[in-house]
Design a protein around this ligand. Structure first.
Ligand code: CA2
Length: 154
C-alpha cells in the first residue's frame, strides 16, 4: 500500500456547493465531497489535504506549497479554468501530476466554458460525473503515480 499525499483543491464559489443550482451541481456540499474523496484516498493509501479558495492568489500560493510535499493534485479550478493563465503557470511550476475535475458537463454549457487553461497539462479530465468525479480523479491520479513509479524503477 502506498503512503502518498494528495491535494484536493477547489476554486471559487465551490464553498457554496449544495446551496443552489442543484440541476447542475447536485445537492451534496463541499463537506460531502471532502468526506467521500478523503475516504477513497485513504482506501488507496493516501492522505488527502483539502483546500478551497475564492481567491486566485491563494490557490496559486497553495500550489507553490504543494511542490515537493504532495504527490498529485485533483483540481476543480471552477471559473478560473476558463480564465487563468496564472493558475496554469503555477501548476506547471509545481511539477505535480494534476487531474482536472468539473462536476457539471462544461461541454453542454456556454461556449466560454469549453475552453480550459488546464486540460492540456492534466493527466486526465473528468467532466459531468457529479461529485463522483473527485473519486474518479483520485483513481486516475493513483494510476498515473503507479505508472510513474514503475517507469522510474526500470
Ligand atoms: O462544473 C464545475 O465543476 C465547474 O467547475 C463549476 C464552476 C463553473 O464556473 C465551471 O464552469 C464548471 C462554478 C462553481 C460554482 O459552484 C457553485 C455550486 C453551487 C452553488 C453555488 C456555486
Amino acid at each position: 500500500m502506498r503512503h502518498g499525499r494528495l491535494l484536493i483543491m477547489n476554486g471559487p464559489n465551490l464553498n457554496l456547493l449544495g446551496t443552489r443550482q442543484p440541476e447542475l451541481y447536485g445537492t451534496d456540499t463541499l463537506a460531502d465531497v471532502e468526506r467521500i474523496a478523503g475516504g477513497r484516498a485513504e482506501e488507496l493509501g493516501y492522505k488527502a489535504d483539502f483546500f478551497q479558495s475564492n481567491s486566485e492568489g491563494a490557490l496559486i500560493d497553495r500550489l507553490h506549497e504543494a511542490r515537493g510535499s504532495t504527490d498529485g493534485v485533483v483540481l476543480n479550478p471552477a471559473a478560473f479554468t476558463h480564465t487563468s493563465v496564472a493558475l496554469r503557470d503555477a501548476l506547471l511550476a509545481a511539477e505535480l501530476p494534476v487531474v482536472e475535475v468539473h462536476i457539471s458537463n462544461v461541454h453542454k454549457r456556454e461556449e466560454f466554458r469549453h475552453r480550459s487553461y488546464v486540460s492540456d497539462i492534466a493527466e486526465a479530465v473528468i467532466v459531468g460525473a457529479g461529485i463522483r468525479g473527485y473519486v474518479y480523479g483520485i483513481e486516475c491520479l493513483d494510476r498515473a503515480l503507479q505508472l510513474h513509479e514503475r517507469r522510474s524503477a526500470v
